[in-house]
Design a protein around this ligand. Sequence first.
Ligand SMILES: Cc1cc2nc3c(=O)[nH]c(=O)nc-3n(C[C@H](O)[C@H](O)[C@H](O)COP(=O)(O)OP(=O)(O)OC[C@H]3O[C@@H](n4cnc5c(N)ncnc54)[C@H](O)[C@@H]3O)c2cc1C
Length: 492
Amino acid sequence: MDFKDFELIYKENRCEIKDKQKIELKLKEIVGNNNVSTKEIDILAYTNDTTLIGFNWMIQGQIAGLPDLITWPETVEKISEILKFANQEKIPVIPYGEGSGVVGGSIPIRGGIILDMKKFNKILEINDKNLTVTAQTGINGMNLERYLNKKGYTAGHIPQSLYFSSLGGWIAHRAAGQFSTKYGKIEDIILGIEVVLPQGEIINFKTIPRAATGPQLERLFIGGEGTLGIVTKATLRIWPTPEKRSLISYAFPSIEDTFNATRQILRENIYPAVIRIYDKFETKRHFPNIDNAKEKVMVIFVCEGNTKLVDLEEIITREKCEKNSGVDCGAYPVEHWFETRFRVTETSSMPTYKIVFDTIEIASLWDNASNIYHSVLESMNKLEGIILITAHVSHFYPNGVGIYFTFGGAPGKEQTDLEYYQECWDTTIKAVLEAGGSIAHHHGIGINRSHWMESELGGSIKTLREIKQLLDPQNILNPGKIYVDVWKGGEK
Ligand SMILES: Cc1cc2nc3c(=O)[nH]c(=O)nc-3n(C[C@H](O)[C@H](O)[C@H](O)COP(=O)(O)OP(=O)(O)OC[C@H]3O[C@@H](n4cnc5c(N)ncnc54)[C@H](O)[C@@H]3O)c2cc1C
């Protein structure tokens, strides 16, 4: 196979490695012969993440990015040595978890070395008294959760990508799981981490429930998207397996009624583990056979934990739903959700019909939630070629929500898939910003959102850029992400 036969999507500012053999030999010296590859089959596997437009590219014989070498280090010291060597040679290094990211975070757009974390897969300790688990960050999400479940615990972090994402990827993208309303998002779950900085220094942040030890520097790496350091170990909160689980569902006349009901539940300091609102279009798609939900907006709830508390949560949840015109739809819609919650066939089937399809999650205070929902639908429906634009709401706070839009459409004759994809993204993000929302809730920035970072962060982007330059003066760690189009002084 010759990669020259494929059209490369990201080919600007590639790092040209003059003597690849020398780099390969040195990497082999550091991590051993079996932990380095330049085989085409391996290179091909790391040309993309799960950015949905990648499926369109695949069908058309295009590849997103082209790495030069793949490596699978086994110890933190080896990662440190690789980074020191990469700085010396000015070669990009891209941390790679399981490639389930959907914003281009682990695509090697400048070429260089993929640093795959899969051999960092050990669970190091469960501490029942502290209710913590410590693990290496390359561990697969399902393997970690399954292990915890067998011992009688849960970490409460169940993203839809549980089976094919890693602990390190969750930390890097500030992930949020399906049960996040009760257990928190990854930043609430992480108590301590170990990080290798871009120039090779290894630092450890103590595991502690809380501290007043100045600014919490470790927060830089939770959401750092592999640009500020490589997270190698983490300690997480865990919880005993819930005693009881209640499954509740209600259908409402409008999205506003669902916002009122769920906001009023959280206002009472009641946190169902799962809350999911499906707008009218998604209710029709996911629950076509529920009579009480016809032409309505479905909300499902899972309350879990101590039996007495769950009973109380259920009473208050039902009370607030009924007060806001909710009609009881029973346990079945929630059972159906449990059965289908990891199924994503829709996603990969669309590109075969030449449809550009994706999802965009954003965050909002309650103030703006309804306005954002309607503004995005209205703006997207005006776009030429749009086939569908729908939403569900899956992450809740007493102060606001995370809204998750799904769109699909056909590019115009003169447009590439990428141009149309960007038009859809830009239309959505513009509507969100104008209606007072925030551009990302839990998928991160990567490539897709980088050109919106200035609008999102305002003046603080300058400080963020200065931190990146301070930690990574050669710009070797995952270059071209988050800050790319706003990197003053040019890419190195
Ligand atoms: C079908 C589907 C469902 C999804 N559902 C959810 C969901 O429910 N919730 C959610 O939050 N996300 C979801 N995602 C998105 C994705 O799974 C998450 O972003 C996940 O956190 C990425 O993990 P990964 O191990 O695959 O990371 P990768 O895709 O390999 O990498 C993501 C980023 O993290 C960096 N990185 C990876 N490991 C490390 C490390 N150890 N140290 C530093 N940087 C690192 C990479 O450089 C890259 O920038 C979903 C994706 C798909 C395709």
